[in-house]
Structure formats: structure tokens, C-alpha cells
Design a protein around this ligand. Structure first.
Ligand SMILES: [Zn+2]
Length: 333
């Protein structure tokens, strides 16, 4: 039996400004792990890092599926722990990739606080990077701390993101996330914005339903039901069963699930040209020093483990044709 394909299910609660989605990353997630394990320079992720990155990828897929935006959603956390950086990136076609950098021993029971945010200055950034960028256009980015207003560190990715959505996007969100070696999964429930101020989705918000107690009560009830879902259940139950168990009393309108080429799938956007651009960024002196020491410049993609090798002739060409690689050229980034 092959690996089941990854799937994304979206739904709305009829008559209520509340939407939801469930993602199950199976083959896409296993591909992320397989490629990492095959990278001889890094080896496989330690368990706590695997859990954190899987949850980030599930969450980034849910968030990408909720916005109307032609570009990549990049969820990044950084701090000073044994995992200084972790990145989950999901394209508009739900192509996804992710990677975590490990720098030092990973505690076996490590969580977001002890892996990333040891000194309390850790951050979470969400970037929307448009597929085609006009000259001078900056990608949208929102940044929040990895701790709440009382400096209490978040231990879970779901906690951190619910806080992010509320603080940075004014969106009330309930998230349940879980990941193991076979599956990265998530449930998202979100109260829909109305008209007014702009936010992550480029949409405008004005809580028209503010003060509407019925809507408030309904959202509270649905969020409470959603948060009763255990991680173990998310990892073992199929989507129909989860929705039936949680929301059997609610009027759900479900949409056609996104699977296969329409659904979440592994995809890496690295290329030889991008690596060439990086070598250009090093400068000729640095590049020559590496060539003198090692004979060639070898770069392994941290996301997909693809290897790019530039010998002295290749490297010389990079600098000769520098103008064609200059930043701001039309190549997709
Ligand atoms: Zn790659």
C-alpha cells in the first residue's frame, strides 16, 4: 500500500461568519523528512524538531489556503536555542517545503520555548512574498514575539499562531496541530473578518458583528468544540470522523477537498541560478578562497537536499555574467 496523498478540506458554518479547514500532510510531509534524512551533512530531525516543523507546515498550509494571494506564505521562527531558525513555506498552488537549522544538543522533551526561545527574545514572522514583485516592492511581513504580553513563553506552535492571528491580523483563531513521522495535521477555525482595516489577507475588516451576542456565542461554542480535539485524534482519525464528532450539531457546508496536484504537495523552489546568485553575493575574493581550499563550491539545499557544485570554471562564469544575475532581474525568487 502506497502513502496516502495529502489533503486539504475547507468548510464554513452556515449562517455564521466562521470558517474552518483541516489539513493532512502525508506524502508531502514524509518527503520533507525523507530528504532531510538523506542529507548526509545534517541527518534526520530529532523528534521534538520533527514535531515542531510538521506543525508549522500544517499551519502554514491552513493559512495559505485561507488567503487570496498569488505568492508564497512563509512562516518563520527564530531565536537563540538549539534550533535558531525554522521555516515553513507554502506556495499559492500548495507546493510546500520546510527546514529547521540545528545548532547544539536538542532536549528530548524540547518545545517551542526550549528549542527556539531560550532567552525570551525569539520571534515569529509571517511573510507574504508575491510571485511577481514590482521593482522596489517589499513583501508583506508581520512579526510577533514568541511570548505573550506577560512575557510567558509559548510552548506550542498552535498557541503562538493563535496569538499572532489575533495580535497581528485581528483574527480570532482556534488551531489544533499535531505531527509524527507519517503525518502532519491541523484543524483551523477562524472568525471571518467583515469590512474595515486591512490585514494579512489584504481584505478589509470591521467587526460588523461586534456586539452581536449570537455570533459571539456561536463562535465561542465552535472554538470550544474545536479545541476539544486531541492531538492523538487528529493524527489517527479521518476528516469525516473528526468533523462528525466535533460538529455533529452544527450546519456545516463543506467544499470539494483539495488533493493530488490540486492539494498540498512537496515542492522546492531552489535552482542552480539561485545558488549562482548566492555565490555572487559572497564576492569574488571569498569564492576564490573556497575554490583554492576545496577545489569547488558545493551547496546543498537545506529544504530538498539537492546538491549544486560549481568548479572554478563555473564560478568564473558566475562573475563574468554577473549582470545577468543582478538582483531585480525577472527571475522568480
Ligand atoms: Zn531545494
Amino acid at each position: 500500500m502506497g502513502v496516502p496523498v495529502s489533503e486539504l478540506h475547507k468548510f464554513v458554518f452556515e449562517g455564521l461568519p466562521v470558517r474552518g479547514a483541516i489539513v493532512r500532510l502525508t506524502d508531502a510531509w514524509q518527503e520533507v523528512l525523507r530528504r532531510r534524512a538523506a542529507n548526509s551533512a545534517t541527518g534526520a530531525y530529532p523528534l521534538p524538531v520533527q514535531t515542531m516543523l510538521g506543525e508549522m507546515l500544517a499551519a502554514a498550509t491552513l493559512m495559505q489556503s485561507n488567503i487570496k494571494f498569488d505568492g508564497a506564505l512563509i512562516l518563520q521562527i527564530f531565536g537563540n536555542g538549539p534550533v535558531p531558525v525554522a521555516v515553513a513555506e507554502v506556495g499559492p498552488d500548495l507546493g510546500l517545503r520546510g527546514a529547521a537549522t540545528i545548532n547544539g544538543p536538542v532536549p528530548p522533551d524540547g518545545d517551542l520555548g526550549t528549542l527556539v526561545n531560550v532567552n525570551g527574545h525569539g520571534r515569529c514572522a509571517i511573510t507574504l512574498d508575491p510571485r511577481t514583485r514590482h521593482p522596489g516592492q517589499q513583501p508583506y511581513q508581520g512579526v510577533v514575539p514568541l511570548a505573550d504580553a506577560d512575557q510567558v513563553k509559548f510552548t506550542r506552535v498552535s498557541e503562538m499562531l493563535a496569538h499572532y492571528m489575533l495580535q497581528s491580523e485581528q483574527l480570532e483563531t482556534c488551531l489544533v496541530l499535531a505531527a509524527d513521522a507519517n503525518l502532519a495535521a491541523g484543524l483551523l477555525i477562524q472568525r471571518l473578518p467583515g469590512q474595515g482595516a486591512g490585514n494579512l489577507s489584504g481584505r478589509t475588516i470591521s467587526r460588523e458583528d461586534d456586539g452581536d451576542e449570537e455570533v459571539e456565542d456561536a463562535y465561542r461554542r465552535i472554538a470550544l468544540l474545536a479545541s476539544s480535539l486531541k492531538q492523538e485524534e487528529l493524527l489517527t482519525l479521518d476528516v469525516d470522523t473528526i468533523l462528525r464528532r466535533l460538529f455533529w450539531q452544527e450546519a456545516l457546508q463543506r467544499f470539494e477537498p483539495l488533493v493530488g496536484s490540486q492539494g498540498p504537495h512537496f515542492a522546492c523552489s531552489c535552482s542552480r541560478e539561485r545558488v549562482a546568485r548566492m555565490i555572487l553575493g559572497l564576492g569574488q575574493a571569498e569564492a576564490d578562497a573556497i575554490l583554492a581550499e576545496r577545489g569547488d563550491i558545493e551547496v546543498t539545499c537545506e529544504f530538498c537536499a539537492a546538491q549544486y557544485r560549481f568548479d572554478a570554471v563555473d564560478a568564473a562564469q558566475v562573475f563574468t555574467h554577473a549582470s545577468q544575475l543582478a538582483p531585480g532581474s525577472s527571475t522568480p525568487h
